[in-house]
Design a protein around this ligand. Structure first.
Ligand code: NAD
Ligand code: WQD
Length: 379
């Protein structure tokens, strides 16, 4: 009826065809929002959006529209903003591969910075001043202390990380200049898993950079083994593992031997993508409810650290597949141990992660075993 459709809020989701975007769009539709996606499909496929429609069903899918467009192109933005009025924007669109950003810094600065600046311009022009932005734990760099707390000093280790850092700063300036803006930065830790139906999930192009997509491709036979990156300590007394877990300064790499007893794998805060999706709904509700929120950052993590080898073991258990591994020296720039303080998000957003490592691995495997080639048909 007209009164309920008047109350229905309309959200623009940039990058909504991607990994985190698809899961969030589904939860938005289920939460009663109208959703418009703009995506240039540079790292995604139309099939992903079709599957979101399948999962949402025909009635809710009527609330979803898709524009093929690029945030760097102002004509695309003019079309998207002039045809619909939005109550808020969730901004996922961006390039995210750390290694590629080192090789192609201009591509990353161009896509992530110009795209986002254009988006802010159009939001301002059309009077939509509520933003939820995809930031990242990457803005903590190699944290001196763990867990990472939102008011830590920020630093970046690579061009990708700098795009997130700069975009957080730019947003703070925009909000300072015009206090009508309400901006939430969500700093995701390590997003993994997939929707429980195994119908949507992560489908990176080329050889995966991230741990779980890599493990998944080993499990389905697309890759032979997993390289496990970490540190080789010249001690035998087990203190190394303790050091890694407490986040003290990285010991020097020293003489690399890669013997299992001296090898210490890295600790990360893996978070289920459906928990992340719900975190975005919580952030939106907070934006709508809080007039003077300003520009504020929240960690989205579980608060628990898991080592790479623990993750491999959990995946093997949930999938029943053996994952052959090779112990390797750490990747340049990788931190020893990173996990989130979740206090601020719990207190102010009323959100906390619900899924554990076993859920993440079983849902990842469900997606992988049903879709060994992601959204592509098996060759
Ligand atoms: P993704 O690549 O799956 O999704 C991003 C989407 O944005 C893709 O569909 C891509 O086609 C689109 N896109 C990129 N540039 C665009 C442009 N100029 N115009 C229009 N569309 C464009 O990535 P994801 O994992 O879903 O990540 C979403 C966001 O979260 C990104 O900003 C990423 O940096 C951030 N993030 C991701 C992780 C992670 O590990 N996945 C961690 C922290 C932060
Ligand atoms: C996780 C752990 C690796 C691959 C990156 C970005 C960060 C954020 C999330 C976007 C690490 C180890 C990995 C492999 C391995 N993205 N690993 N073998 O590096 O924590 O974070 O993605 O914002 O900004 O830097 O994630 O999934 O690459 O690695 O042993 O083949 O798995 O060393 O300890 P990372 P990851």
């Amino acid at each position: 009826d007209s009164s309920s459709s008047e109350q229905q809020q309309s959200i623009l989701v940039t990058g909504g065809a991607g990994f985190i975007g698809t899961h969030t769009v589904l939860q938005l539709l289920r939460g009663g929002f109208r959703v418009t996606i703009i995506d240039n499909l540079s790292n995604s496929v139309p099939e992903a959006v079709d599957r979101v429609r399948d999962l949402a069903g025909p009635a809710l899918s009527r609330n979803l529209q898709f524009y093929l467009g690029d945030l760097r192109n102002k004509e695309d933005l003019e079309k998207v903003f002039s045809e619909t009025r939005y109550d808020a924007v969730i901004h996922f669109a961006g390039l995210k591969a750390v290694g590629e950003s080192v090789a192609k810094p201009l591509l990353y600065y161009n896509n992530n910075l110009i795209g986002t600046i254009n988006l802010y311009e159009f939001m301002g022009k059309y009077g939509c001043k509520k933003m939820v932005f995809s930031s990242s734990a990457t803005v903590y760099g190699q944290p001196e202390k763990i867990p990472c707390v939102e008011d830590f000093e920020l630093r970046a280790m690579n061009p990708y990380g700098r795009t997130k850092l700069f975009l957080e700063e730019i947003a703070r300036d925009i909000q300072k200049a015009d206090p009508e803006w309400r901006i939430i930065h969500l700093r995701y830790f390590n997003p993994v898993g997939a929707h429980e139906t195994g119908h949507i999930g992560e489908d990176p192009k080329g050889i995966p950079n991230n741990l779980m997509p890599y493990i998944q491709q080993v499990a389905v036979g697309r890759l032979p083994e997993l390289n496990v990156y970490g540190y080789d300590y010249p001690t035998k007394d087990g203190t190394a593992r303790n050091r890694a877990r407490t986040g003290e300064e990285n010991p020097s790499f020293g003489d690399l031997r890669c013997k299992l007893e001296n090898f210490v794998d890295e600790i990360r805060d893996y978070i289920h993508v459906m928990d992340l999706a719900d975190g975005h709904i919580a952030a939106l509700r907070k934006l709508f409810a809080t007039e003077d929120i300003g520009c504020v950052a929240y960690n989205l993590g579980t608060g628990h650290g898991t080592s790479v080898l623990e993750m491999v073991a959990a995946f093997e258990k949930e999938s029943g597949k053996k994952i052959p591994i090779k112990l390797c020296p750490r990747r340049p720039g990788d931190a020893t141990a990173v996990y989130a303080s979740t206090e601020k998000a719990e207190k102010e957003l009323g959100w906390r992660a619900q899924y554990d490592i076993e859920d993440m691995c079983s849902d990842q495997w469900n997606w992988a075993s049903n879709n060994p080639y992601g959204y592509q048909p098996q060759p």
